[in-house]
Design a protein around this ligand. Structure first.
Ligand code: GLU
Length: 297
């Protein structure tokens, strides 16, 4: 359909983005919007759209979800032209990055349990200058200073975040030994040469933390584009782990049309099939049409 039969040398630019689902359940409509939006953006930029499975949180993983997600994406013509990357295969690199940050004094072991840390306020820095007596290191945190992270989101415009005020020193390896999303996403986006991160706006507030990790590892920051989040009738974000209706509950042609509509694009009614809607969308894709705020279906 759109990416099949192309080799990576057939792309006219170095642009690369990815869709990176966590296998916490079947894809829901919001995931389809993010996958389709990032794919159309990559096409408009003459670049590559890749898939990465973020399977580094086994307790949250649902059996069969990976195969199911990939099958659902493929049924909408969303296939990666390069092999799908599994984050669980990349843990050695994640650990290497964490070790480097600790060696350089940019990150430190923390012995606090989540219960001890006041919710909704930045980490108070209890273990920042060494573990208090009697404490054992559980997690690893990256030090924040008063860095102001500025970035220009391709859709949401100029943004300003101050991670030290949002979260304070934040976790890059969890107390249960698992790698934190913030760390893994940076290491893997860099390894996959992602030039622009395109995803739902619910993740926009993690850009500041991710930029601090890029800086600490001396890696170039990517560009960002945050797509509108899809919300339910009560204004709540659809979520795989909360069991939002899987996409298969909808007629596929209709689901595709609704996903394009959520992205501000309305193919003519005679473009019924997914294939016909793809053709229209590839030709008519325009960033200006995409709404910035949450969209409901
Ligand atoms: N794995 C995340 C999710 O399923 C997305 C991470 C990202 O795109 O940075 O919500």
């Amino acid at each position: 359909m759109t990416t099949e039969n192309k080799s990576s040398s057939d792309y006219r630019s170095d642009y690369r983005t990815r869709f990176a689902p966590s296998p916490t359940g079947p894809l829901h409509f919001g995931s389809l919007v993010a996958a389709l939006g990032s794919h159309l953006r990559a096409h408009a930029q003459g670049g590559l759209w890749l898939i990465r499975i973020e399977d580094i949180d086994p307790p949250r993983q649902v059996k069969g979800a990976i195969e199911h997600q990939l099958k659902t994406l493929a049924s909408f013509g969303l296939r990666s032209p390069l092999p799908v990357i599994y984050q669980s295969d990349r843990i050695r690199d994640h650990c290497k990055a964490i070790a480097t940050l600790v060696e350089q004094g940019l990150a430190y072991p923390c012995g606090c349990s989540s219960k001890e840390i006041p919710k909704e306020s930045p980490y108070p820095g209890t273990c920042r200058h060494g573990l208090p007596p009697g404490r054992v290191g559980r997690s690893i945190r990256l030090k924040t200073h008063d860095e102001v992270v500025l970035f220009d989101d391709a859709l949401q415009g100029a943004q300003r975040q101050i991670p030290s005020q949002q979260t304070g020193d934040f976790i890059i390896r969890r107390g249960d030994g698992l790698i934190a999303y913030q760390l893994a996403v940076v290491v893997d986006d860099h390894a996959q040469s992602i030039t622009e991160v395109v995803r739902g706006a619910d993740l926009m507030d993690s850009v500041g933390r991710q930029c601090l990790i890029y800086d600490a590892l001396k890696l170039p920051r990517p560009q960002y584009l945050h797509l509108p989040v899809v919300v339910d009738a009560n204004g709540r974000k659809l979520s795989k782990s909360d069991g939002a209706d899987p996409i298969e509950a909808l007629n596929p042609n209709q689901a595709f049309r609704l996903a394009l509509r959520a992205l501000g694009h309305e193919p003519p009614s005679h473009a019924m099939s997914i294939e016909a809607q793809w053709q229209w969308a590839l030709k008519n894709w325009a960033l200006e049409r995409i709404p910035r705020g949450p969209v409901s279906i």
